[in-house]
Design a protein. Sequence first.
Lengths: 334, 334, 334, 334
Amino acid sequence: MSVVIETVESHALAGNPLGDPTARQVAIWLPPSYPRDRDRRYPVIVWLAGYGGTGEMLFSGNPWQPGLGTRLDRLVESGALGEAIVVAPDCFTRWGGAQYLDSPALGNYETHLCAEVLPAIDRRYRTIGARDGRAIGGKSSGGFGALVLAMRHPDLFAAVASHAGDMAFELSALKDLPTAARTLRRRGGVEAFVAHFEASERKSGDDFTTMMVLAQAGAYSPETGRPGRVALPFDVDTGAIDWAVWKRWKAWDPIELLPAHAEALRRMKLVFLDAGTRDEHNLDLGARIFVARLLALGVACEHQEFDDGHRGTAYRYDVSLPKLAAAIGARPAR
Amino acid sequence: MSVVIETVESHALAGNPLGDPTARQVAIWLPPSYPRDRDRRYPVIVWLAGYGGTGEMLFSGNPWQPGLGTRLDRLVESGALGEAIVVAPDCFTRWGGAQYLDSPALGNYETHLCAEVLPAIDRRYRTIGARDGRAIGGKSSGGFGALVLAMRHPDLFAAVASHAGDMAFELSALKDLPTAARTLRRRGGVEAFVAHFEASERKSGDDFTTMMVLAQAGAYSPETGRPGRVALPFDVDTGAIDWAVWKRWKAWDPIELLPAHAEALRRMKLVFLDAGTRDEHNLDLGARIFVARLLALGVACEHQEFDDGHRGTAYRYDVSLPKLAAAIGARPAR
Amino acid sequence: MSVVIETVESHALAGNPLGDPTARQVAIWLPPSYPRDRDRRYPVIVWLAGYGGTGEMLFSGNPWQPGLGTRLDRLVESGALGEAIVVAPDCFTRWGGAQYLDSPALGNYETHLCAEVLPAIDRRYRTIGARDGRAIGGKSSGGFGALVLAMRHPDLFAAVASHAGDMAFELSALKDLPTAARTLRRRGGVEAFVAHFEASERKSGDDFTTMMVLAQAGAYSPETGRPGRVALPFDVDTGAIDWAVWKRWKAWDPIELLPAHAEALRRMKLVFLDAGTRDEHNLDLGARIFVARLLALGVACEHQEFDDGHRGTAYRYDVSLPKLAAAIGARPAR
Amino acid sequence: MSVVIETVESHALAGNPLGDPTARQVAIWLPPSYPRDRDRRYPVIVWLAGYGGTGEMLFSGNPWQPGLGTRLDRLVESGALGEAIVVAPDCFTRWGGAQYLDSPALGNYETHLCAEVLPAIDRRYRTIGARDGRAIGGKSSGGFGALVLAMRHPDLFAAVASHAGDMAFELSALKDLPTAARTLRRRGGVEAFVAHFEASERKSGDDFTTMMVLAQAGAYSPETGRPGRVALPFDVDTGAIDWAVWKRWKAWDPIELLPAHAEALRRMKLVFLDAGTRDEHNLDLGARIFVARLLALGVACEHQEFDDGHRGTAYRYDVSLPKLAAAIGARPAR
């Protein structure tokens, strides 16, 4: 396996309100022929980690659970996967992530990824360095990021895969809000909660859920003019939904973004979505809704379902990665 | 313990679309002095079972889990509870309940309870037989029923207790819809699902949830002009929320009913709400929202929270029953 | 359904150390022809409740979960079940049961059942009143009781059914001992624990497990000469197994009782065992071991397995009851 | 953080029956002063991973869950931990581990660790290189390994820490045997099961438990003269315990090893044991039993309990590591 960790120094993240580092570790997997085919240029697949993860973490497997590198090695070896460079950026934040968007509450991760990481990789490695040689994919928050970035940057990406990507927020994110409301109330608000979270080595399930809700608020409903502050889509005291804030969240739901960005997806050589039919966040239903709307708009896509839940489904990448690679012109290893 | 099962023959339920019986078994608990104080008249507490239950089932306890009768005996014996007659009607349906409402899809249970059961009890027993001597309470769907009937019939009831009553549907009922959508899709629609449900002795948790969603659809969004048919607040194929149908559900949310019925609640001698702060259906948040709105309208109420979930909380009746009884003039046993 | 509750006043239980009542409520189901065939005599099936239950509780079902009476009605109606009287005794104790044995720690429930309940039923009802017209069955602790009483009283019973009956204690009971040790340590010993248990309306799973361990200790390892006291098969402070006491438990394991009672089982017209292959107490393995030993001794039996756990498996009685009834000469209803 | 991965080529593991690699990756953490204090020699703490893990895996943390390296850095920085070299060997096998013992079924991991890894580290790094400068610790199977190796090699180690170490097998390992019996039966025996396990990317909880039982059988009850074969302590068909094989297991229970090795532990400068009082494998009770016997033998030890289960308790190392380090003469960083 050949995984390189590259540091990309970010200007976009300078002065980010959470104080997260601006020097970011990007994990890069190079295909087997890379060192010897010294004139060959390769397509690039950008792969986005889910909430709470980093690109580098995707590569840490163990003898019984292959990491992303082992998986890529196997796929190339078996002939299933054409050779491409895989780039896994680090968009982790103190709140666990940023949904790969720009936000005054968290930092400018969309800009960091699109305008800093991609050019850096193109400069430092023999990439094709053009839209038709670039795909993006990921799971969960990473599936959300892949789909949203493909919609917003069709000039950068020619294919997209979303595994159980966040969408249909009223079926997925909404049901976490009561947990967040109760937890924040008990801890005495956002700041006290974050302090508690960071101080406790054993984080409860409710703590994780609450932090994930905060990260979404950071991405979808930052307070304008008050860096680092978010509007919550619920009343902390009663849990009542604040529909005005919720509307801001929904504006970022891929299903809502779709009408205005159908053209971008139509330009894709591949739009791939999947989810397990027991997905605890109901993202299988999200994908069904998205796909139905996509087809209604006359945009082709590939949609799969499988019998599993939300977690532990990295084996699904074996399906999407070869398709993505093929879509952006990856040729088999020789 | 003195529990009598009275049969009340219903006209309101005649021809109900689910084919449920019209002869209903009403469980009646008589206070200790009832047989000997032969001239005394007693106030009445109507107690409503939760989804899937009947009044009679409330009385079936075991040596380690007291039924409602044992609980009432104890409360009277200890001096905590004034003497009142407790009436527990049977509004069970093939779909598990009817939310104590009239519906062309399920049957007219509101009418049955208010216009048939109450008069029958007043005729057959020495009740006070007037609004000021009548209270209503219950848990879960029974708490919903109590609150809604109190709001809609302030001429019948003078006090109300809602334990973890259904409300704030977007925090409680909404999160069950994905399960119902998937289950109905797998079973091939409502009729096929109901047939499966009735045929299987081991009902799964998803089956129960789906049936509960159907019962709510029966109560909140029956199809007009097509008895026994319901409009579902979601698309069976994708799980997408049908917001038009959902609006019909929300119209029955006690929180939505409140503005138009504040006057009814203001007339109550007691409005009592509680819920456990770990309620799996988030009904503690529902109660918080309801209470906040109630207070904003200048209506007094008593609101309690306790450290528990939704199930197994009948011990909370020890708090509400004495308060209800006192509010409607129950005097201690002599 | 025709269920009668008969009171049997017990001499065997007089002065029992837990202070449990001596007047016991025995639930009796009479077959449809009983009232009209006034000269007919019927075989008797004794049915034993599991730990924590009484005979009467077996009959409390609800519209979605048939009680034993509804189940018997259906079976007779469908022609599957020959007509027999079903007798469900009450051997509940303050500790939840007594494993249907005589014990100085709990009371003499084996004597009560065999020498008091059976004769009382034979006197009060038109039973065949002889061994060949009597069968015994039950589930869990009731399956244990059925098997052990059949082994010890082949003069009383001619057929036996054990559903997931307690056996192979090293695979089932042993793994509950650590929970009991910890709980008793925390509560400060047996007496303090029992007081806590009885005072708390919400009993935790650990509390139930601990009480169940106590009931077994009461049945298997009572202290001699100190009524109401038990020897525990573990050290309360460390949880270390006390192998001397454990040996007393194992002496009551049906698998250990088998060699000395093989002849009794050989005389049975039916020995039926089953268990679910996901039984949480590993009683499917217990049954496999018992059956293997039984066959090695040349005793015939019927052994079934099914895909389920330990709880909620009353539907299995539909298999055993008709077989038991047939074995003791029950004829179909006319 | 300064973690080095050293390869140690093993002769002891040559020809091991599972075909596991002989070149082993040992993770080594060097204290802050190591690079600059070029004449200083350091004590060594050997830290053993639990079942299913490797030394290297102990170091892979994430921003919210510190790995062992981050933990050591913090401890040194805060002044709590004296400077020592921490060595985390790789004794992983295809069956998930070998309990750090020599076995004809798995390979000679005790020899590998004691006679190959330790000397290699002493050669390659500036260690004190003597018993009084060496401690050993670990959690779960690693806690077992630490305790057993300390007992068997008091010439190599002068202090030991066992976090929730395997012991009192009748309370811990025994209750996993039924799961293993059922799983092996369903899969058609050991070989078919292992093939299934290795082929399936999603391993179930029962699969993990079964593999863990196999690894223990490999360590405790290998078949003599048939490399790679194990005797199972149960009958695969019925689940009946094979007490003869079980006796071989129990011979490796630290509690059984204790009497013959008390002298070795008496020589230790520190014997530390802990476990969470909700340990799912009851290892808190195991520790209580071990400690009681140890004290009865007049051997001093430090015993702690804490309110947690078996998993996710690496924060406990913050307690043991400083004590171990102090016991073997580690001095604070300057």
